[in-house]
Design a protein around this ligand. Structure first.
Ligand SMILES: [Fe+2]
Ligand SMILES: [Fe+2]
Length: 480
């Protein structure tokens, strides 16, 4: 490996701090959205952001976030959104656009009071993005005597001309927008559930309808987003991923669009009972002991209670209740809760399968080691007829492929590639489309997309699967 110059090392450290700045800022805004001003939960988030700002100043760098040409920059360094933390990047860019901000500079003198005051002001801004909105923001900062945070106005056309017109977006941009709308819808559901408010499913219903349309027209891009697993332990990525995977199985199983939407909403809410569990249990870093598992086993029943409190008990609600209750039961009726009756709804069967797939490929749900997607598929196939309904599992594998999207492959040429798309026909399950991501010399490349059915023509062959998690790679970085 080449020796890094001092400048390279400095840039690398700065980039890391830049990513931390974005992530910490995102966590702070999210926390402030969920609690009233001055709540004890906000202070630690402020301190964490401040710690990053101080680190940057100690490195003699400016703690200055800039939005230029649709990207976030730390000074002149572009912060890549395609690494872990995409959700935070996307959110921060939208927040800046929403308030017509082109740059945020944190001066060395900035205090916790300045930061929490600034965030409260950001949350108060409701007017549409415009120069007036930016002036309103400046006035509020001035009135609150916050002088150690300096804002720059959005100037670049590419940024403020950002359009909501879905029709003009390419499929990937549309998939990205839908994915993050879904994250926001699940965030709302979970925070309302945690506060004991009614769930307000109207927004989630609209989002799920958009997801079904996208899955019918072009599933690959949205499926690619399921490789995003979120940064914190219990993020909304998990319910959203489970929703995408379940609805794809539902469509393959021939469910109508309306039923698929219901399936998606049920997936959004399958773990809703966890909002009634103590935060300490959900955040625990180490393995749960027996007593803690007994607590965790309660989340299906807690979910039922929460959903039953929804005012109207229509068909949809009944299906959601069944999923919340049954999603940890298995095809052979083992799992939990243990019950004398031997029945499980179709929705529960589909969602429990998608739930396991997302949990097993993610290190953040249930603290397991993440497994590579192909290993998870092989494991699930070994449980066909026991944990999973064999017919539904076949549909699942047919949809996701033997090498699911996000699988990293090693070729005989020593190049590395990532699976970007699977073909719809069952006979072509073993020949996905791959994109070259590393040269034979091990350098990262933005390579071409190759059909593995035609690999032999270029003298290439698949040698095997690389376990991205053991190498510390993040497949989502190449896909979203
Ligand atoms: Fe669960
Ligand atoms: Fe789950």
């Amino acid at each position: 490996m080449d020796t890094m110059t001092r400048q390279d090392q400095l840039d690398k450290a700065l980039l890391q701090s830049g990513r931390n700045l974005v992530t910490r800022f995102f966590v702070l805004i999210k926390t402030a959205q969920n609690y009233t001003a001055g709540h004890a939960a906000i202070a630690p988030a402020v301190e964490q952001l401040l710690a990053v700002i101080r680190t940057m100043h100690r490195m003699n760098a400016e703690a200055s976030l800039q939005l230029r040409g649709g990207y976030l920059f730390l000074g002149d360094l572009r912060l890549k959104p395609e690494t872990v933390g995409f959700e935070a990047f996307s959110f921060m860019m939208n927040e800046m656009k929403r308030c017509f901000i082109g740059g945020i500079n944190f001066f060395p003198e900035v205090s916790p009071t300045d930061i929490s005051g600034f965030v409260q002001i950001l949350l108060r801004i409701q007017s549409p993005p415009s120069l007036q909105t930016f002036s309103e923001l400046q006035n509020l900062l001035h009135a609150a005597r916050i002088s150690h945070i300096e804002l720059e106005v959005l100037t670049e056309k590419t940024d403020y001309a950002y359009t909501d017109d879905a029709a003009r977006m390419d499929s990937k941009s549309r998939a990205r927008r839908i994915y993050f709308q879904a994250i926001s819808a699940v965030d709302d559901i979970m925070s309302n559930a945690a506060k004991g408010k009614s769930l307000q499913l109207a927004k989630a219903k609209r989002v799920v309808q958009g997801m079904v349309d996208q899955l019918i027209s072009d599933p690959a891009d949205l499926l690619g987003f399921t490789t995003l697993k979120g940064q914190e332990k219990y993020t909304s990525n998990h319910p959203v991923n489970v929703c995408i995977l379940s609805m794809l199985v539902g469509l393959k199983a021939g469910l109508t669009k309306n039923r698929c939407c219901e399936l998606g909403l049920s997936a959004f809410c399958h773990d809703i009972g966890k909002t009634a569990l103590p935060q300490g249990l959900l955040d625990k870093e180490t393995d749960l002991d027996q007593k803690e598992w007994q607590e965790m086993y309660k989340h299906p029943l807690l979910g039922v209670k929460l959903l039953l409190e929804l005012k109207q008990l229509d068909n949809l609600n009944a299906r959601m209740v069944a999923v919340a209750f049954e999603h940890h039961r298995q095809h052979d009726f083992s799992g939990y809760p243990r019950l004398p009756y031997q029945k499980m709804s179709l929705f529960s069967k589909i969602i429990s399968m998608a739930d396991d797939y997302d949990a097993l490929t993610s290190s953040r749900v249930y603290r397991r080691e993440a497994k590579s997607p192909d290993k998870v598929i092989r494991y699930m196939l070994s449980k066909s007829g026991k944990s999973y309904d064999p017919v539904l599992l076949k549909l699942f594998v047919a949809m996701i492929g033997v090498y699911p999207i996000g699988t990293i492959l090693l070729l005989n040429t020593k190049e590395m590639a990532i699976v970007v798309k699977n073909k719809p026909a069952a006979a072509m399950l073993k020949t996905p489309l791959i994109k070259l991501i590393a040269s034979a010399a091990g350098e990262e490349i933005d390579g071409e997309v190759v059909d593995t059915a035609e690999l032999a023509a270029s003298g290439r062959a698949i040698l095997g699967v690389i376990d991205a998690t053991t190498l510390g790679m993040d497949p989502a970085g190449f896909l979203v």
